[in-house]
Design a protein around this ligand. Structure first.
Ligand code: ZN
Length: 80
């Protein structure tokens, strides 16, 4: 299993940088501000509004929907 604990990091988005992608928390869908928490979850780099949502994402979202579930930042994933 994946290790518990925080393996991600805060990323501060340059205010002068216009992001063509709408960033939103992978868990709650809240639009992300300048500072986002990025963490690799099951091989996918996800973006969250706070580290606590990574734990919720792992505990609730993944068992229900799996890592391939559609999110704002979903990537193609081959079925296994
Ligand atoms: Zn969130």
């Amino acid at each position: 299993m994946t290790t518990k604990g925080h393996e991600g990091s805060w990323v501060t988005i340059d205010v002068g940088y216009v992001d063509p992608q709408r960033r939103s928390c992978a868990l709650c869908g809240r639009p992300l501000a300048r500072r986002i928490w990025r963490e690799n979850v099951e091989g996918h780099m996800r973006e969250f509004c706070e580290p606590a949502h990574v734990a919720l994402y792992r505990d609730y979202w993944l068992p229900l929907y799996g890592a391939g579930a559609a999110t704002a930042s979903s990537e193609p994933r081959l079925p296994t």
